[in-house]
Design a protein around this ligand. Sequence first.
Ligand code: FPP
Length: 246
Amino acid sequence: MNIEQVSKSGIPRHVAVIMDGNGRWAQKHGSERILGHRQGVNSVRSIVEGAGELGIEYLTLYAFSTENWDRPKEEVSALMVLLIDAIVQEIDNLNEKNVRMLVIGDLCCFPKEVENKLREAIQTTSKNTGLNLILGLSYSGRWDILEAVRKISLEVKSGQIEVSDVNEQFFVDHLSTSGIPDPELLIRTSGEFRISNFLLWQIAYSEFYFSNILWPDFRKENLFEAIVDFQNRERRFGKTSEQIRN
Ligand code: FPP
């Protein structure tokens, strides 16, 4: 599908993606799993480009979950190297495309070198005003919610706020995605139908789109397809169809 087939009205502000299938792609091609991850970086480049062309404001990619730390040591180390290489390689391209990079997740768990590179990339792109590219790194939805609970508990304990101050907006303001609108669309590739501890709070009203394509084969044309599918849905937010149409 090409970009002309996507309606200019009804572009979601925020799209989140669970990039899945790198391992199976590698297996299919008779190579090591890391080659699948490496190919996956080409998909990231294409999707970032496509999101920018569409005028999507926020693109969140689940790049490394809290649970991914439990993968074989060699795969985790290879992924760390890949992350650094990708950031170093892509940073000029991101700046050129006016992309601002952000990270959600527990950066402290990363090797110092990775953490420093990430912080550098966040800093270098911080003034850009185009697409916000949010990387979920050492991220999980439960971690995010627990962190918010911990921060709020401390504020209550110190007397800064009352328990009655904790309403929905207050809670949202303490999540790692504070200031970022909830994703209207969540895409998962590779034919798996799970959320895998991604943005649990934030996807309360997201539309889900599942693609059979393995992440290393996913390109911006596939993103356009997902957006067109999204544009043909009726989002009711608990209301009736009649209420929405009126
Ligand atoms: C899931 O596939 C993918 C990952 C755990 C890693 C994703 C990382 C990248 C695409 C590269 C780096 C990203 C950026 C943002 C530079 P899987 O390994 O679970 O695949 P499988 O289910 O087929 O085994």
